[in-house]
Design a protein around this ligand. Structure first.
Ligand code: 5GP
Ligand code: ZN
Length: 140
């Protein structure tokens, strides 16, 4: 546990939350400032800041819980769809430095947009695309 982390305090029961699910390694609760009815956060119980920081079993259990409760969240608020996303790192808008997955129920004509609308796009040549793929493979 990280003492000054708000999500660690929620998981420890020191700060109340509307809990929706819990497993050995993951925890899900309603976002206190919802973007839509049913906006849910899914977090690993151990403190890890970003995607890529978690051991594989923790990451697997986190996604298992996302996979399990996304339909339940949608059904609970009668939503036909949802946006499931991570703000990963401060420059991407992550405010709480404890990795968390947002499940935001979506409705027809809710005024929301796809995640593509966050970006202006990158114009890359075939060579640049191949170089990037090489670089990512080299980094693993
Ligand atoms: P981020 O911007 O880091 O991806 O999202 C952090 C989310 O945590 C925000 O949507 C915010 O509303 C939520 N949040 C921040 N503090 C609390 C809290 O004390 N309780 C709950 N349930 N959600 C919180
Ligand atoms: Zn934490």
């Amino acid at each position: 546990m990280s003492e000054d982390c708000i999500f660690c305090q929620i998981i420890a029961g020191e700060i109340p939350s509307n809990t929706v699910a819990e497993t050995d390694e993951a925890y899900a609760f309603l976002d206190v400032n919802p973007l839509a009815r049913g906006h849910t956060l899914v977090v690993p119980k151990d403190h890890h800041e970003r995607v890529g920081d978690m051991p594989a079993d923790t990451a697997g259990e986190l996604f298992e819980l996302v996979n399990e409760i996304t339909p339940a969240v949608e059904q609970a608020v009668d939503a036909p769809a949802s946006t499931v996303a991570f703000n990963n790192g401060e420059d991407a808008g992550q405010e709480v430095p404890h990795v968390h997955c947002h499940i935001v129920p979506r409705f027809a004509e809710d005024g929301g947009k796809p995640i593509h609308s966050l970006f202006t796009g990158a114009d890359l040549s075939d060579d640049e695309m191949a170089e990037i793929a090489d670089a990512v493979r080299d980094e693993q």
